[in-house]
Design a protein around this ligand. Structure first.
Ligand code: SF4
Length: 381
C-alpha cells in the first residue's frame, strides 16, 4: 500500500489502472466534501467512475461554484477546462488538473500572441473595428480575455448560432476562434455561403488572404480544428448508409462541413446524449464524436444499436487520456498530506476579461443566465 512517504508521482505510475481503485475510494472518503471531482464526457471510464459529476466544460465549471463546501476542484479534463473553472470559482476554492500535460490540441492552435498579431494586421487594414471576435469555449483563458477586451464573447457548440446572431447585430463581420469547423457550420446554419467565409492561417501574412478577400469576408475563421472530430470523413457516412439504409448519423459540429452536410442530426455532446435517451428502442446510430463517450452511450442504451461513425480508427482525445487513475490518486494523496499539486491559476487581469466574455454569452440565453448568475459574480482571489 502506498504511504505518505511514497507520495511521488513515479510511485503511482508503476501501478496498473485498476490496482489503485481501493486506494482511490479510501482517499475520496477521507477527503469527503472538501474535494469535488469533475469528469468531462470524453474522459475514460477508469477515471470517470470516481467523478462526482460528468458534463461538458461549461457545466462542470459551474458545478464548482454550486459546491462552495469543496475547497479543491479536481478537473479531470484538459487545461482550458480547468482554466474555466478557475475563472468561475469562489475565492476560497483551488482548481487542480491531475496531469499538466493534458492540453487541448484545438485550444493550443490559437496562441494569444498569434491572435494579437492577426488583430494588428486587421487594424492596419482598417478592418478590425468591423470584426467582432467570438471564441469557442474550447480556447485558452487568454483568448477568452482577448474577446472580452475587444467587445466579443465566448460561445459553446450549443449557442454558437445565437452568439453569431448577436455578433452580427453589433458589427458586420465575425472573427471566430479557434475551431474553423464549428465556425463554418454555424455560418452555413445561419444562411451564409461558403465563399462568404475566409480562413485565417496564422503562419501566413494576412492569414493567407488578400486584403480584398478579408474586406469581403462576413466570417473570418481561425485555422484550428479538433484532432478527434476532424478525423470523421463523408465517405464514412456513405459507407454506413450503404450497409444500413435505416442508420441515423449523429455528429458533433466540430466535424467538417462535408460530414455535417451528410448527417441526420448535428449537435453538442449534450445534444448527442439527449438524442439517444429520447430515441425509441431499436434505433440504430453511427455517432461521430469521441470514442469513450460513444462506448459509454452504447453500454447505457442496450435497447438501441450505437456504433462509432469511424469504425476503423480510434477517435479518442489523446490529451484528455493523459488524466489517469494514477494521477488522480497522486493528487488526492497529496491533498490528504496538506499539499496542493498541479494547481491551475489564471492571472487576475485575464480572469476579469475572460469573465466579461463569458457573461456576454450567458446573457444570450435567459435560462443559462439564471443558472449561472451567481457563478459569475466577481471572485478574484
Ligand atoms: S476532443 Fe478535441 S476539442 Fe475536445 S479536448 Fe480533445 S482535442 Fe480538445
Amino acid at each position: 500500500m502506498l504511504a505518505a512517504s511514497a507520495c511521488d508521482l513515479e510511485n503511482y505510475l508503476r501501478y496498473p489502472d485498476h490496482a489503485l481503485d481501493g486506494r482511490l475510494a479510501q482517499l475520496r472518503a477521507q477527503l469527503g466534501e472538501r474535494v469535488l471531482i469533475l469528469g468531462h464526457h470524453y474522459q475514460r471510464d477508469e477515471v470517470i467512475r470516481f467523478s462526482d459529476y460528468q458534463g461538458d466544460s461549461l457545466r462542470l465549471a459551474q458545478r464548482a461554484v454550486e459546491h462552495p463546501e469543496a475547497e479543491f476542484i479536481i478537473f479531470c479534463g484538459v487545461h482550458f477546462m480547468a482554466e474555466s473553472a478557475d475563472i468561475l470559482r469562489a475565492p476560497h476554492q483551488q482548481v487542480i488538473l491531475p496531469d499538466l500535460n493534458a492540453g487541448c490540441s484545438m485550444a493550443d492552435m490559437a496562441d494569444d500572441s498569434q491572435v494579437e498579431d492577426a488583430w494588428e494586421q486587421l487594424q492596419e487594414l482598417g478592418l478590425a473595428e468591423q470584426f467582432l471576435p467570438i471564441t469557442y469555449m474550447n480556447s485558452t483563458a487568454a483568448i477568452k480575455a482577448f474577446c472580452g477586451r475587444e467587445g466579443g464573447a465566448v460561445c459553446t457548440s450549443s449557442n454558437a448560432p445565437a452568439a453569431f446572431r448577436w455578433g452580427f447585430e453589433l458589427r458586420p463581420r465575425i472573427f471566430f476562434l479557434p475551431d474553423q469547423h464549428l465556425g463554418r457550420n454555424t455560418g452555413v446554419k445561419l444562411g451564409l455561403r461558403l465563399d462568404e467565409m475566409a480562413v485565417w492561417d496564422p503562419r501566413q501574412p494576412l492569414g493567407g488572404n488578400t486584403a480584398a478577400a478579408l474586406a469581403r469576408a462576413r466570417v473570418l475563421l481561425w485555422k484550428g480544428h479538433c484532432s478527434v472530430h476532424q478525423r470523421f470523413r463523408p465517405e464514412q457516412v456513405d459507407q454506413w448508409r450503404a450497409r444500413d439504409p435505416q442508420i441515423r448519423i449523429l455528429v458533433h459540429p466540430e466535424c467538417s462541413h462535408e460530414v455535417v452536410a451528410k448527417a441526420d442530426l448535428v449537435g453538442s455532446t449534450d445534444f448527442i446524449i439527449r438524442q439517444l435517451r429520447q430515441a425509441p428502442a431499436g434505433t440504430r446510430w453511427a455517432v461521430g464524436t469521441e470514442l469513450h463517450l460513444v462506448h459509454r452511450l452504447a453500454d447505457e442504451h442496450p435497447e438501441q444499436t450505437v456504433a462509432p461513425l469511424d469504425n476503423d480508427g480510434c477517435p479518442v482525445c489523446s490529451t484528455m487520456f493523459r488524466i489517469s487513475p494514477q494521477h488522480l490518486a497522486w493528487v488526492l494523496e497529496n491533498l490528504t498530506l496538506g499539499q496542493v499539486v498541479n494547481r491551475i491559476r489564471v492571472k487576475d487581469e485575464t480572469k476579469h476579461w475572460a469573465r466579461v466574455a463569458l457573461n456576454r454569452m450567458l446573457a444570450l440565453a435567459p435560462a443559462a443566465s439564471a443558472l449561472a448568475a451567481p457563478v459569475l459574480a466577481e471572485s478574484v482571489a
